[in-house]
Design a protein around this ligand. Structure first.
Ligand code: ADP
Ligand code: MG
Length: 674
């Protein structure tokens, strides 16, 4: 169980307690009674019943009534050790049988006067394993170990690590007491205080550590300086920006502007809902780089998306004196050579592409800014490659595909600078999302036909089941044949994109849909991120139950980008798991990516959320990112406050915190290396 030291045992926390602090009377037992402790005399011990209903029954009498005790297992042993006429203290879960109170497999203790008022603490029950249970270390017996341990320790073994002023301000229990009381509390109130203190400590220590990392990076990481907002930026902003920026876009731009001007490397996470307009923020930042004589790059996870970005950006920049090119895995050799040459001699200002642009042969003349779009498909190693592309590391702006819950962002990305775009461009018409049974596919197809007649376009998405590429393909092809039967050529034209198509073909098919030449895009999830076709107004998702929430939200985000009312139709069969039903329900209920992200976290837990890296900061023993949001916010506020006033933790009052952090850091874990 990963318990090697006393410290480990101390942090093996009980998952519940049972209340043996009071002794009740038998008359008090009601249907609402759960676990209870009573005292009485045993009468009438007898084995009754045959075979499977064979059981040992005894009666316990107190001055108020009679309680039936019943054993189905270990009958002989119990019979030998139970003595009629003796006094016992009995503990267990009560029920009623034939209208009489009954207790099955109770715990028994021979009565002694010292037990008169029950125990003076709640009894802890610990998590354990089947194997340990079979070796007599069940959830209760582990308590015998913790009890001994606790009798051995004193406050000097568990020194306070939170500053006194913080304890006072938040009225938190002391550290030593909390460790005792989380195991052996006198009552539930004491337990809750201990739990709160230890949860807070966990979150606060993590936030302090993240804050220190952030500060350390700020201090150490020199970065290129974008001194000015110049002609290129201003010219574009004043003459070619196709719309007014939203307040959120302006705010984030200002944050980026400040960040890139102060001489340290920007490492910023930009969170925004699907369609909140992250691309234009990226472009404006790239113009800022160009104004200051620096090159910039934008990386996307797929070729389709990179191509889209490239076409979109070059269109916006067509009147601007900047050179922008595309580089992906399928760029032809001659062109590649040319692009690489221009990157190296500085005549290219911007490059858009896939991972290809951070591969070794790519040399930049003066890379100053790297944008990473839909970052969860980029690994840490890939990001690290960026660092070798310039003498000073370029500024980095990471844009998430869908929102991450705030609690998760605060812990998993707490060492990054962080911007949120929580506002959609004006005039968006909310997408209507509905859930339909597959049996009614014909109706759905009729609906698509009507929309196409009105000049719209539709996506039909099939799931990608990673275990079986072949099945996916067959599923998609089946679907495609079906759809073709509904929408016969030449009147209707269909594009299809899937993982098995060569890149060139994918792109051609995609482009036909983008240009409006085809009416329907049939696809696996390669389409998922980023694609922008404002005329498309329908998103049909086949086997919607197979998709995760953030994926569904991403897919839905492909529509609702134009001026027309858009629809998202989730098709499923009859059989749905509870989780799938829940996912579909929330999709139909809201378009808000931040809400959906919260729900996703609730349904799946922090370890599985896309877009978050595995982070030590997430391994909390007690605190939960789902249930302890407020405590986390508080911990962050307090940690930031302390670091703001004393960034090296040198103040007298913060020394215990500093000492603790240093000890933790250097903690040798020899015992665990096995
Ligand atoms: P995402 O944040 O999902 O990457 P995009 O950058 O693709 O979103 O923007 C979605 C759409 O909204 C695009 O068509 C873009 O041109 C448009 N858009 C972005 N910002 C604004 C704005 N301030 N006003 C109007 N439309 C905008
Ligand atoms: Mg995008």
């Amino acid at each position: 169980m990963n318990i090697f030291t006393f410290g480990d045992l101390l942090e093996h926390f009980p998952n519940r307690h049972i209340d043996k602090t009071s002794v009740s009377t038998i008359a008090e037992i009601s249907a609402a009674t759960d676990f209870i402790q009573v005292k009485g005399v045993i009468e009438d011990i007898a084995i009754i019943g045959e075979k499977r209903s064979k059981r040992l029954v005894a009666y316990l009498r107190d001055r108020t009534g009679l309680l039936e005790l019943c054993w189905f297992q270990g009958i002989n042993w119990v019979q030998k050790n139970l003595h009629a006429g003796s006094h016992y203290l009995v503990f267990g879960k009560t029920g009623f049988f034939n209208g009489r109170p009954q207790m099955t497999h109770p715990e028994l203790e021979v009565w002694s006067p010292s037990l008169a008022d029950g125990k003076n603490y709640l009894e802890p029950i610990y998590p354990t394993t089947e194997k340990l249970k079979s070796r007599a270390l069940n959830g209760k017996q582990i308590g015998k170990l913790t009890q001994v341990l606790i009798s051995l320790i004193s406050p000097k073994d568990i020194r306070e690590n939170l500053p006194e002023h913080l304890l006072q301000k938040l009225k938190l229990e002391g550290r030593f007491n909390s460790y005792i009381n989380i195991h052996y509390p006198k009552n539930y109130e004491e337990y809750n205080r201990a739990l709160e203190r230890l949860k807070f400590e966990e979150l606060f220590i993590a936030q302090t550590r993240l804050g220190l990392t952030r500060l350390d990076r700020h201090r150490k990481s020199q970065g290129v300086i974008f001194e000015k907002v110049g002609d290129i930026f201003n010219n574009f902003y004043n003459n070619y920006l196709p719309f007014q920026l939203t307040g959120a876009q302006k705010r984030v731009l200002k944050e980026i502007r400040t960040d890139t001007a102060r001489g340290r490397q920007m490492n910023r996470l930009l969170q925004g809902d699907v369609g909140s307009g992250k691309t234009i923020v990226a472009l404006l930042s790239m113009l800022l780089a160009a104004d200051n004589g620096y090159q910039s790059c934008m990386m996307a996870p797929t070729e389709i998306l990179a191509t889209q970005h490239f076409l979109g950006l070059s269109h916006l920049l067509k009147e601007m004196p900047v050179n922008i090119r595309l580089l992906t895995g399928s760029t032809k050799t001659a062109e590649r050579r040319e692009v690489l040459g221009k990157l190296a001699d500085g005549s290219l200002n911007m490059i858009v592409g896939t991972h290809a642009i951070i591969e070794d042969p790519v040399v930049f003349h003066s890379l100053g800014l790297a944008i990473v779009d839909e970052q969860h498909r980029f690994g840490v190693a890939q990001r690290a490659k960026l660092w070798n592309k310039a003498p000073l590391p370029p500024h980095v702006l990471v844009m998430t595909a869908t929102p991450i819950p705030r609690t998760l962002a605060m812990t998993a990305y707490g060492d990054l600078d962080y911007s949120v775009m929580d506002e959609l461009p004006p005039g968006r018409i909310a997408i209507t999302t509905v859930h339909r049974n597959e049996m009614h596919r014909v109706k759905v197809m009729d609906f698509i036909r009507d929309e196409i007649t009105k000049g719209r376009q539709a996506y039909i998405i099939f799931p990608l089941i990673e275990e079986s590429d072949k099945l996916d393909y067959e599923n998609l092809m089946d679907g495609y044949e079906h759809i073709k039967a509904f929408f016969p050529e030449p009147k209707y034209r269909i594009s299809m994109v899937h993982g098995r198509l060569p890149a060139q073909q994918k792109e051609t098919n995609m482009q036909r849909f983008v240009s409006g030449d085809t009416h329907i895009m049939v696809s696996t999830t390669v389409i998922e991120v980023g694609v922008n076709v404002p005329n498309a107004s329908i998103m049909v998702i086949e086997n919607a139950e197979k998709f995760g929430l953030s994926q569904l939200h991403q897919l839905r985000g492909r529509v609702g980008r134009g001026s027309e009312k858009s629809y998202c139709i989730l098709l499923t069969g009859n059989k749905l798991s509870n989780d799938a039903r829940e996912r579909i329900k929330i999709m139909c209920a809201t378009n808000d990516g931040f809400k959906i992200a919260e729900k996703d976290l609730e349904l799946r837990g922090p370890g599985d959320i896309e877009g978050t890296r595995q982070s030590g900061a997430l391994n909390f023993k007690l605190a939960s990112l789902i249930n302890d949001k407020e405590l986390l916010e508080r911990a962050k506020v307090e940690a930031d406050l302390i670091l703001q006033q004393d960034e090296n933790l040198n103040a007298e009052e913060n020394l215990r915190l500093k000492t603790y952090l240093q000890l933790q850091k250097g903690k040798t874990v020899w015992s665990r290396i096995s």
